[in-house]
Design a protein around this ligand. Structure first.
Ligand code: COS
Length: 369
């Protein structure tokens, strides 16, 4: 049912206009609103807070279907669900959940996750943003980069350094509202892919953050970010899976229509083998996503599984989408056939929420421990 609902939504609501939104970097405001009505912006959150109460497997399925068509929309969905809502639900106080999680899970507000900085992407412990303890509040100063939904979000989860001498144990996580004095947003980034999504720098200048807006104990911020990102990576792995599966489905369809050398190109073994390789890799990526999701649903450790899923699925998305363009030939290189967009969209899945290299750090540490 979830797959069908997501697929119908992608076909009926996302496909029309997806090329134009990509070209013009137009934020999918209407589509995100409908996604909220469908309950997909807080799929896994507890219904007590307006969420859908669904499991992570359902989320993977919905992410796959939506990403087959529009990854600018699915990244908004992924960040809101698995970084923002999940982070708040798991580590927030009851008061924080009532105030912030409820509107976010219902999609009345969009949330953003602010960890990356100009000099702290993979090296996430090197936070330059500071949050100085001033008694009843913290004073927040710094800049966050490449923030998904940075311009539209009303709520930011912000990581900042409160005690440099404590290193990563001095980092805190805060809930910051867009409308507070001192919060400002830079210009929208002009990106290679996921061009319709709203990526901005977010600046904090002497922002007063009340103590009750800290998430968890003093110094819990880095662990909060790592734990939240472990789940986020399942979302991005599913996005990559969807990009690969979308490119593959278009390739199967095209290969049955296009004729060359007197027959459909699907009758040429060179094309058949390309499709066979795509199908094999996509199935493997899907099973890795399901395994990570299943472990999370069973409350088992899923940090390794989510890195395995993300590194593999994102590399499959790259390989499959490049092959899909090749299979489409000249048509693949123009926008109308969608595969060039999928190829551009695929690249980011190897970069955000932990690059492929970061996933290999996580995996190799586990292998060697
Ligand atoms: N869950 C819980 N805790 C974790 C964790 C996880 N998945 N990963 C690391 N930690 C903890 C460690 O246990 C350690 O705590 P203690 O010192 O108390 O034991 C602490 O976090 C620091 O970890 P570590 O020493 O491994 O830090 P490193 O600087 O070596 O960095 C990587 C580890 C590279 C894995 C981490 O910085 C990372 O994931 N970077 C990428 C961040 C990212 O995804 N950026 C994209 C931003 S969102 S688009």
């Amino acid at each position: 049912m979830i797959r069908k609902a997501a697929r119908d939504f992608a076909t009926n609501e996302l496909l029309p206009g997806v090329i134009e939104r990509d070209e013009k970097m137009k934020y999918p405001a209407e589509q995100v609103k409908k996604l909220a009505d469908l309950g997909f912006l807080g799929m896994m959150a507890d219904p007590r807070y307006g969420g859908g109460g669904m499991d992570t497997i359902s989320y993977v399925i919905a992410m796959e279907e939506i990403s087959k068509v529009d990854s600018s929309v699915s990244v908004i969905m992924s960040v809101n669900n698995s970084l923002v809502c999940w982070g708040l639900e798991t580590y927030g106080t009851e008061e924080q959940k009532q105030k912030y999680l409820a509107p976010l899970a219902k999609g009345e507000k969009i949330g953003a996750f602010c960890l990356s900085e100009p000099e702290a992407g993979s090296d996430a412990t090197s936070q330059r943003t500071t949050a100085v303890d001033k008694g009843d509040h913290y004073l927040l100063n710094g800049t966050k980069n490449w923030i998904t939904s940075g311009g539209t979000a009303k709520v930011y989860l912000v990581m900042a350094q409160s005690s440099v001498e404590l290193g990563h144990r001095g980092i805190n996580a805060f809930i910051v509202e867009r409308d507070w004095a001192g919060v400002s947003v830079g210009a929208k980034e002009n990106k290679l892919g996921i061009r319709a999504s709203d990526t901005h720098s977010v600046m904090f200048q002497d922002v007063k953050v009340p103590k009750q807006n800290r998430i968890g104990e003093e110094g819990f911020g880095f662990k909060f970010a790592m734990k939240t990102l472990s789940g986020g990576r399942i979302g991005i792995a599913s996005q990559a899976l969807g990009i690969a599966a979308g490119a593959y489905e278009l390739s199967v369809e095209y290969s049955k229509q296009r004729k060359a050398f007197g027959k459909q190109i699907s009758e040429h073994q060179a094309i058949q083998f390309k499709l066979a390789d795509m199908a094999t890799e996509i199935e493997a990526a899907r099973l890795l996503c399901f395994k990570a999701a299943w472990l999370k649903d069973q409350h088992k450790d899923y940090s390794l599984a989510s890195s395995l899923a993300k590194v593999f699925a994102s590399e499959v998305a790259m390989r499959v989408s490049v092959e899909a363009v090749q299979l489409h030939g000249g048509y693949g290189y123009v926008k109308e056939y969608h595969v060039e967009r999928l190829m551009r969209d695929a690249k980011i899945t190897q970069i955000y929420e932990g690059t492929s290299e970061v996933q290999r750090i996580v995996i190799s540490r586990s292998v060697l421990s």
